[in-house]
Write a protein that binds this ligand. Structure first.
Ligand code: AGP
Length: 608
């Protein structure tokens, strides 16, 4: 996620902003920049790379300023580069922005027609020119208001003008923005850690609220100008805790960021009214897809689990055969892949060695490659024929959670798009599938409310010698994912198994000591999974069931159970996995494991 900092006061804004951006580094970024007022006017300095490089540029000039804004960028539109770095400038207006402007292309065209010249690929520059356009006749805050009335999307912005050097205007919608109240100095930031070392008095802006900051103080209004009385919160977190947003670990923070990660990733990718998925978001054309006879998917670890789920989605919704491989296997077998195949590469980091090798192997054999990736400009993204970026923001915890959910969601959209292209999914069916997707963030929120119940379950089972996870159909990969989450952060051995396989061996493991997690949603295989639960019960096993709210009777035949909201069978895995993420997290914490940096693991496996 990008980072924002703004300062007005009597101390040196340049050093305060550099320090604030350093405190936001944990969020992950690929470029940085600051804008500051001096007696020579409003200056902008930015660079690709790390803040230390930015500091080297400005510190050599021994600058002093009393007001400015700064930014660390996590690229979503446009590759990491100096031109795409924030702050962006349009004449006397300078802006920093977090979020996604959905209608930036139409606004860009309108501004080009008015003669504005663009120097970047970003949606932010469009907003900058739009504000500049209104600032011709309006004070800064009114120009910002007028511009935002034309904007669709998510934003947290801080804007300054060379003509009004003692003013910062901030606005938020679906992306956080906070205000720090110091002694005769004021801050605006995307996150508390940016200024926590200077003040603990914070105002949390709500959506569509604007703050106007001057040396005299702060004024908060709604976007239509109505004054808002905001309460001031005294933050008690330590700086280290503040980086985690008050959560104990990044992993837990990222589990709870999933509703927003899914919302951000679906934003502007489809129209629920028309049932149309924006194929160009995948970088794929109708004619390319029409020639595809079979889809291959390669990935590693959790991303491979997303690929297994995609097989069910694409084969059922698009009636296209799908072959899913673990990348380290694909790269060494002699795959029958060729020019009439699409290879989907799933990788959060975009740097996993085995996945890159498999992607290159497919390309050599003539397949078109589409990568589903969370890092703009990563190797996989640069080498693929087409890229679909998830927008989950940087995932700091080694155990993948929010990235996995956005991968599955992206594959759901792709399956619908493929089904539409092949006239297998009707418009009405597509609208139905997309309407249900719009409800997903709210259902994820509701699922997260079970955390305390799941923590209690973790307390009952954290000493277990091993676990088995069972699932059927599209939820079998979630059994694998739940087992992997537990293994990698608690070091307890765990296996994911197709529930129908129990009789072929694993049932020998069942006894009073072995917790068995069973994914039991109300779907076409429900009766089968219920009989699997009975099999486990009859051998004294302890069943932890994850079921739907509509089939609570599963709780009557389970030692304990967690209920998740109902949804369609394709989105169900995204809800069932959440209790398993939380269960693994709390068991890992109870066992004293380093859940953010588990032993022997790296966030990105860039070597074989
Ligand atoms: C997931 O919790 C693990 N950290 C690991 O399996 C990971 O999914 C795998 O290494 C693939 O990483 P990638 O998505 O960045 O390619």
């Amino acid at each position: 996620m990008c980072g924002i900092i703004g300062y007005i006061g009597s101390r040196n804004a340049v050093s305060i902003m550099l320090e604030g951006l350093k405190r936001l580094e944990y969020r992950g970024y690929d470029s940085a920049g600051i804008a500051f007022h001096t007696d020579k006017g409003l200056e902008v300095v930015r660079c690709k790379g790390k803040i230390r490089e930015l500091a080297a540029i400005v510190e050599s000039r021994n600058l002093f300023s009393r007001a400015g804004i700064g930014h660390t960028r996590w690229a979503t539109h446009g590759k990491p580069s100096e031109e795409n770095a924030h702050p962006h400038r349009s004449d006397h207006i300078v802006i920093v922005h977090n979020g996604i402007i959905e209608n930036y292309l139409s606004l860009r065209k309108k501004l080009l027609d008015k003669g504005y010249v663009f120097t970047s690929d970003t949606d932010t520059e469009v907003l900058c020119h739009l504000i500049r356009d209104y600032a011709e006749d309006l004070p800064l805050e009114d120009a910002v208001r007028a511009a935002l009335r034309e904007v669709k999307g998510a934003y947290a912005i801080a804007v300054v003008s060379e003509k009004e050097p003692n003013k910062i205007v901030g606005v938020r919608k679906d992306s956080p923005l906070v205000v720090g109240l110091g002694e005769g100095e004021f801050f605006v930031a995307s996150d508390v850690p940016a200024f926590l070392s200077h003040t603990r008095n914070v105002m949390f802006l709500d959506d569509e609220e604007m703050v106007v900051i001057t040396p005299e103080g702060v004024l908060v209004t709604t976007l239509d100008g109505t004054l808002v009385q905001k309460e001031v919160t005294a933050i008690t977190w330590s700086p280290a805790m503040a980086e985690k947003g008050g959560y104990r670990h990044f992993m837990l923070k990222e589990i709870f960021e999933q509703p927003r990660a899914v919302s951000d990733t679906m934003r502007s990718r489809f129209s629920p009214e028309t049932g149309e998925v924006n194929l160009e978001e995948f970088g794929l054309s109708q004619e390319l897809l029409a020639g595809i006879k079979k889809v291959y998917i390669v990935a590693c670890g959790t991303s491979w689990h997303a690929g297994l789920i995609a097989k069910y989605m694409i084969e059922e919704l698009a009636r296209l055969p799908v072959e899913v491989d673990i990348a380290s296997e694909f790269r060494y077998r002699d795959p029958l892949i060729g020019s009439d195949n699409l290879m989907i590469v799933i990788t959060q980091s975009g740097e996993t060695a085995d996945t890159l090798a498999a992607q290159r192997e497919a390309k050599i054999r003539g397949a078109r490659t589409l990568t589903i990736c969370n890092v703009v400009g990563s190797t996989s993204a640069r080498e693929a024929d087409a890229v679909f970026y998830t927008h989950s923001g940087p995932e700091i915890g080694v155990a993948s959670t929010k990235a996995f959910l956005t991968q599955v969601m992206s594959l759901y959209l792709l399956a619908i798009a493929l089904g539409q292209t092949r006239d297998v999914v009707s418009r009405d069916r597509s609208k139905e599938l997309l309407q249900e997707l719009l409800l997903l963030p709210g259902k994820i929120e509701r699922t997260l409310t079970a955390e305390e119940q799941i923590r209690a379950i973790a307390r009952d089972y954290f000493k277990a010698r091993g676990f088995i996870y069972l699932g059927r159909g599209i939820n079998f990969p979630i059994a694998l994912e739940g087992a992997l989450k537990l293994k990698e952060i608690s070091y307890i051995h765990a296996e994911g198994y197709p529930a129908g396989e129990m009789k072929h061996g694993p049932i020998a493991l069942i006894d009073e000591e072995l917790p068995v997690v069973v994914l039991a949603p109300r779907d076409k295989l429900h009766e089968k999974i219920v009989s699997n639960i009975q099999e486990v019960n009859s051998r004294g096993g302890k069943v932890i069931a994850i079921a739907n709210e509509s089939n609570g009777e599963v709780c009557d035949i389970s030692r304990t159970c967690i209920l998740v909201p109902d949804t369609n069978p394709y989105l169900q895995p995204m809800l069932l996995v959440i209790p398993l993420q939380i269960l693994a997290y709390h068991i890992g914490v109870l066992r004293g494991c380093d859940v953010d940096q588990p032993r022997n693991l790296a966030k990105s496996v860039t070597v074989e």
